[in-house]
Design a protein around this ligand. Structure first.
Ligand SMILES: [Zn+2]
Length: 161
């Protein structure tokens, strides 16, 4: 057989294996979530909270395409989870709010997307946001409630322990 053909076939095999690896390796996939830099610190805090409670956050958000800032059509709405587009959108109006409220909004939307939490299932999943003073005084308690709710879910896909 011609040597060039062997090299050509080898190159095709190597490319095929590379593509297969990229599509199937979770370490490659997990870097594909595009997060707006203005939301990055809240997502990181959420991840470390999840990790501290036995969840693997990178696996949990691997199917998300983006956590972005955008304009939501509903004036009242500060965040939106688009399940089928694998997107979380935080409204421009939310970005200018205080850090504690913005953090609560990010936790709320990740609660929808990652764990399928519904409105009213806990305080963080309320449809209305609270004041910064309220979050400052109650954050530990409402976060505990949120995590307890997540633990009580039936599915264990992202659970480590
Ligand atoms: Zn919601």
């Amino acid at each position: 057989m011609n040597k060039h053909i062997i090299y050509y076939l080898l190159a095709v095999v190597v490319m095929g294996v590379t593509v297969w690896y990229i599509l199937n390796n979770p370490d490659v996939k997990r870097h594909s979530v595009v997060i707006d830099p203005r939301l990055q610190s809240y997502v990181e805090e959420w991840k470390s909270d999840m990790r501290a409670n036995g969840f693997e956050p990178n696996d949990a958000i691997a199917s998300l395409r983006s956590i972005e800032v955008g304009e939501l059509t509903d004036e009242e709405q500060l965040g939106l989870t688009k399940y089928y587009e694998h997107k979380i959108i935080i409204d421009y109006d939310a970005i200018v709010l205080d850090n504690l409220t913005l953090r609560a909004i990010v936790y709320h939307e990740l609660g929808h997307y990652v764990f399928g939490l519904e409105h009213g299932s806990c305080e963080l999943m309320s449809e209305t946001s609270e004041s910064t003073d309220y979050y400052s005084a109650n954050w530990t308690r409402i976060k505990e409630e949120y995590i307890t709710l997540i633990r009580s879910q039936e599915f264990e896909t992202h659970y480590l322990r």
